[in-house]
Write a protein that binds this ligand. Structure first.
Ligand code: ADP
Ligand code: MG
Length: 397
């Protein structure tokens, strides 16, 4: 689960991280109140969407001299004017995709006098099975370019889970960031704070880009992006409350209600598969034959008829779906349950696109019988290869 920048900053502040004062707002009136309360003389008006690259982003309905999704303002009037332009508009950034995201909330924050912009993140480094810091002196808006062009400017430092962040670790981070006092001591403290926040809240990513050194020599968290491990959310009701469903894919929200592993994608072939590995293989083979999957969907092991029905409805509700491939290898999952779910869903919502079904394994004959006797227009396939070719042909012609 992702949260907004202002929420991430509030979480980090509780652990003692240095963040500026700021107020989240939903309307231009609130913007005026917030700006007055913060007092200036410099404010920043920041679009709150679950995507990065806001500073360099551009609004879809261009306004004169579009200054992107993060704007400096030097008076209350300027804050309000920017809030008017940004609220309700659609911001397109490198991370939103061409459709962009509508800005419904803004964060009005005290402006900082920036001397240096640094990069710092924490993530789960799966190659070593540890939480790792990633830092670079080249912070700001284009860390992806730094990683590509000058990877030696990035330090990855895995943390021993038993020892936690040692003074030696923190010192190494501060040295890599070329920090002088008082920033150096503050960074050593911040490293421990961030590691504590990351591990105790079960984060999967914590990215601060930029972490800044201000003209007065102190450091500050200027941007914050935090993702949490969904499987650990039950331990953090305070974090679950921060969920903003308007930022999430509707189909994914619906799928999460049925405990389905579903990820929406951009292609045209809807997939219903059991097992994550088989789902990945199914997506691969669809691509191999020249089409693109519309989703990843693993209905899991012991899915009920209701769950299969819900899954099928989610797939058909996607207007991009021009064909559906059901690929089930019945082990714990029974082929007859899948067939019943598919038939029930089609009776409910209809079927307007070609459907290819490949069933194999437990109760396969019963499953095929249910589909054959349903009177529905289903193309049967013998194996994965055959199934993929048939659905791609049906969609691409
Ligand atoms: P994004 O990463 O989505 O573009 P950031 O929060 O990193 O958004 O903001 C982009 C840039 O805007 C920062 O690199 C910084 O230069 C500037 N900026 C952001 N917040 C402030 C602030 N409070 N004071 C001054 N400048 C800011
Ligand atoms: Mg940033």
């Amino acid at each position: 689960m992702n949260i907004h920048e202002y929420q991430a900053k509030a979480v980090l502040k509780k652990f003692g991280a240095p963040v500026a004062s700021g107020i989240a707002i939903y309307s231009a009136d609130e913007a005026e109140k917030a700006a007055t309360e913060l007092g200036g003389p410099l404010w920043v008006v920041k679009s709150q969407i679950h995507a990065g690259g806001r500073g360099k982003g551009r609004f879809k309905e261009p306004v004169a001299g579009d200054k992107g999704g993060v704007r400096l303002a030097r008076s209350v009037e300027e804050v309000v004017e920017n809030a008017r332009q940004m609220l309700g508009s659609t911001l397109v950034t490198k991370q939103t995709g061409p459709a962009g995201k509508q800005v419904n909330r803004l964060y009005i924050e005290a402006g900082a006098d920036i001397a240096r912009e640094l990069y710092l993140s924490l993530l789960v480094d799966r190659t070593v099975g540890q939480v790792a810091f990633v830092v670079s002196t080249e912070g700001g808006m284009d860390i992806e370019a730094v990683a590509e062009e000058t990877p030696d400017k990035i330090l990855t430092l895995p943390i021993d889970p038993q020892a936690g962040v040692t003074d030696a670790d923190a010192g190494k981070l501060a040295d890599t960031l070329e920090l002088q006092e008082p920033a150096r001591s503050e960074m050593i403290e911040l490293a421990k704070i961030l590691y504590e926040a990351f591990t105790s809240k079960d984060m999967s990513l914590l990215e601060i880009n930029p972490l800044i050194v201000m003209e007065d020599g102190h450091i500050r968290v200027l941007d914050a992006k935090v993702s949490f491990d969904n499987n650990a959310l039950f331990r953090h009701p305070d974090i679950v409350e921060l969920r903003d469903e308007t930022e999430e894919d509707e189909k994914e929200i619906e799928a999460s209600k049925y405990d389905l592993a579903y990820i929406a994608l951009d292609g045209t072939i809807g997939c219903m598969v059991n097992g994550a590995g088989l789902a990945m293989a199914t997506m691969d083979i669809i691509k191999l034959y020249g089409a693109e999957p519309a989703n990843f969907l693993d209905v899991g092991g012991g899915a009920s008829k209701e769950k299969v029905t819900a899954a099928f409805k989610i797939i058909t509700a996607d207007p991009n779906v021009k064909g559906i491939l059901v690929n089930i290898f019945g082990g714990i999952m029974r082929c007859d349950t899948i067939a019943e779910g598919v038939v029930a869903a089609i009776k409910d919502v209809g079927l307007e696109v070609p459907l290819v079904v490949r069933l194999e394994g437990t109760k396969v004959e019963e499953g095929k019988k249910i589909l054959n006797e349903s009177g529905l227009n289903v193309t049967a396939a013998d194996d994965l290869d055959d199934a993929a070719q048939k659905i791609v042909k049906a969609v691409n012609g």
